[in-house]
Design a binder for this molecule. Structure first.
Ligand SMILES: NC(=O)c1ccc[n+]([C@@H]2O[C@H](COP(=O)([O-])OP(=O)(O)OC[C@H]3O[C@@H](n4cnc5c(N)ncnc54)[C@H](OP(=O)(O)O)[C@@H]3O)[C@@H](O)[C@H]2O)c1
Ligand SMILES: *[C@@H]1O[C@H](CO)[C@@H](O)[C@H](O)[C@H]1NC(C)=O
Ligand SMILES: *[C@@H]1O[C@H](CO)[C@@H](O)[C@H](O)[C@H]1NC(C)=O
Ligand SMILES: *[C@@H]1O[C@H](CO)[C@@H](O)[C@H](O)[C@H]1NC(C)=O
Length: 325
């Protein structure tokens, strides 16, 4: 019993220190930029950081497309955003990033029906869930890394068409401080049950930064791609619902971590900020240029991961050429 008390006290103290540190570094995106006439996609724009990001863009007048795998959650979020911002041009579309078929369907629909795409926010992510996907791949890696990889490439023609050198289209990937614990093991990146969930999460987030690094080299000046680290944010991402540890984690997160509104600020900054539009292949934190761990900039790893990812998401070379047309 006393051990539990000690652990709890230690936990609370650590969380408090985190919380104080975070509050001292919280930054707010001060851009007054309007987005009238512009189109934005926020994956997972239905709760947490993504919901706040989508709401902000809707307030600025953008056409906002939010996407998640659950119809009812999507519709609830849609109602919330529309009521709050009075922007009628917000839509919800089904997208399950753990399924290649769903990503392809979503992207084809967007390419068919949208005239432009100014901003793509790869925000959706999962922190728990050991399941394997239909095609036997690892769920966390699929949703957090391979999914956005495929989605980004498929949407690239529309981003490229929309962006100009003066106002580039922007891709923002929501990475994490946990990328620091990540590593890329090429033999195992798509193995179903490899290692601890938290490490898989870290690996997926390191993968995103490497992807940005590699993609930025392949883009011309009219599309930029950057990552953000939102900090520690009080959402349910690491909560396995229905478990005691889940409830405790949620309480700690809600008490001591950033609110999702603060958590969204750096994403918004990377999407709108003037300086951020000049950067590509970089990572931002607290509305400032930051630096990922050194290995996230390794050219060889990035190129190798790129090749591996192309085959994991089953993109043929003809299709790939189409993405860069
Ligand atoms: N919270 C933090 O401390 C923290 C720190 C660093 C980075 N991040 C990153 O920030 C991003 C947002 O996280 P959050 O904290 O706001 O978490 P969250 O509240 O759990 O939101 C995650 C979003 O992703 C969507 N999503 C989950 N699985 C999906 C799938 N298979 N296909 C499409 N969408 C899916 C969810 O949709 P449903 O609502 O329908 O499930 C939800 O909208 C994530 O990439 C996360 O890794 C968070
Ligand atoms: C964002 O993630 C996608 C998919 O993982 C990747 O292709 C792209 O390079 C990433 N961009 C950045 C800036 O990290
Ligand atoms: C990636 O694939 C390309 C084309 O197939 C090849 O030329 C290149 O050497 C590969 N790079 C790495 C690092 O494997
Ligand atoms: C973007 O489109 C132009 C033609 O409009 C093309 O030359 C260029 O290769 C494309 N870039 C990418 C990254 O797709």
């Amino acid at each position: 019993m006393s051990l539990i008390v000690y652990i709890t006290i230690t936990f609370v103290i650590v969380a408090l220190i985190f919380s104080l540190y975070q509050k001292s570094t919280n930054a707010i995106c001060t851009s007054k930029k309007r987005l009238d006439g512009k189109t934005v996609i926020v994956t997972g724009g239905t709760t947490g950081i993504g919901l706040e990001t989508a709401t902000d863009f809707a307030e600025r007048g953008a056409r906002v497309i939010i996407a998640c795998p659950f119809q009812n959650e999507g519709e609830d979020a849609l109602k919330l955003i529309t009521e709050k911002t009075e922007n009628k041009d917000v839509v919800f579309k089904l997208l399950d990033l753990s399924s290649l078929a769903s990503i392809r369907k979503f992207a084809a629909d967007i390419l068919d029906t949208e005239k432009r795409l100014d901003i793509l926010i790869n925000n959706a992510g999962v922190g728990v869930g050991g399941e394997t996907t239909d095609d036997g791949m690892n769920y966390i890696m699929r949703v957090n890394y391979f999914g956005p990889f495929l989605l980004t490439l498929l949407l690239l023609p529309l981003l490229n068409k929309t962006g100009t050198i003066f106002e580039p289209a922007r891709i923002v990937n929501v990475s994490s401080v946990l990328h620091n614990f990540g590593s890329i093991n090429f033999d195992k990146v798509n193995v179903a049950n490899y290692g601890l969930g938290i490490l898989l999460y870290s690996n997926s987030k390191l993968g995103l930064i490497l992807f940005a690094h590699e993609l930025s080299k392949k883009l011309k000046g009219n599309v930029v791609v950057n990552c953000v680290d939102p900090g520690y944010v009080g959402t349910r991402i690491f909560v396995k619902s229905g478990t005691i540890s889940g409830i405790i984690l949620l309480i700690i997160a809600l008490l001591f971590f950033k609110t999702p509104w603060y958590g969204a600020q750096t994403t918004i900054f990377a999407a709108l900020g003037k300086e951020a539009g000049k950067a590509s292949g970089q990572i931002f934190k607290n509305c400032q240029l930051s630096r990922a761990k050194q290995s996230a900039y390794d050219d060889e790893t990035a190129a190798k991961l790129w090749n591996k990812s192309i085959s994991c998401v089953k993109l043929s070379s003809e299709e790939l050429a189409q993405c860069f047309r």
